[in-house]
Design a protein around this ligand. Structure first.
Ligand code: FES
Length: 157
């Protein structure tokens, strides 16, 4: 892949920990690549999987989902929802022939600016190696579609 490719990463961060970790990284002048555009949610549990799919379909090359560490969510156990949705998204994307590594889950407390910066840096490098997603133009590989999945008309009947 060309060295000039700069991936666009959308980062969904929770208000109480990971967004503040990004703030902390800024306050401590911790460097990380400028490829990430952060969107603040009140909690990672608020993340609807369609947000991720829309981000990828609209031009993002990768999506970071970041929340409080397990057991530290300010809304009790909502980040476990984010964990389950992340697994679901990775499986779903694989069915579309999209590398599951394009969606990453990270935990960061408000004091972990350095960790947050490292997560962004690692993800940018990983997605840079994968190359541009360009999802709408990407052909769906037939080999990944299981033959036993019923067509929509059979399900609706
Ligand atoms: S408040 Fe941070 S993950 Fe729930």
């Amino acid at each position: 892949m060309s060295d000039s490719f700069e991936p666009v990463i959308i980062g969904f961060t929770c208000n109480w920990c990971s967004y503040r970790a990004a703030d902390h990284a800024g306050m401590t002048r911790t460097q990380y690549p400028p490829n990430a555009r952060l969107i603040r949610l009140m909690c990672s549990g608020r993340l609807d999987p369609t947000f991720v799919l829309k981000a990828l379909a609209d031009g993002a090359d990768g999506v970071l989902i970041a929340g409080c560490h397990p057991g530290e969510c300010h809304y009790l156990e909502q980040n476990y929802k984010a964990l389950r949705r992340h697994r679901l998204l990775q499986r779903t994307l694989a069915q579309f022939g999209i590398e599951p590594e394009r969606v990453r889950l990270a935990w960061a407390s408000a004091a972990e600016g350095v960790k947050f910066a490292a997560e962004i840096s690692e993800m940018v490098e990983e997605v840079r190696k994968l190359g541009p997603l360009n999802w709408p133009a990407r052909p769906r590989p037939l080999a990944t579609v299981p033959a036993d999945i019923p067509v929509l008309s059979e399900v609706a009947a």
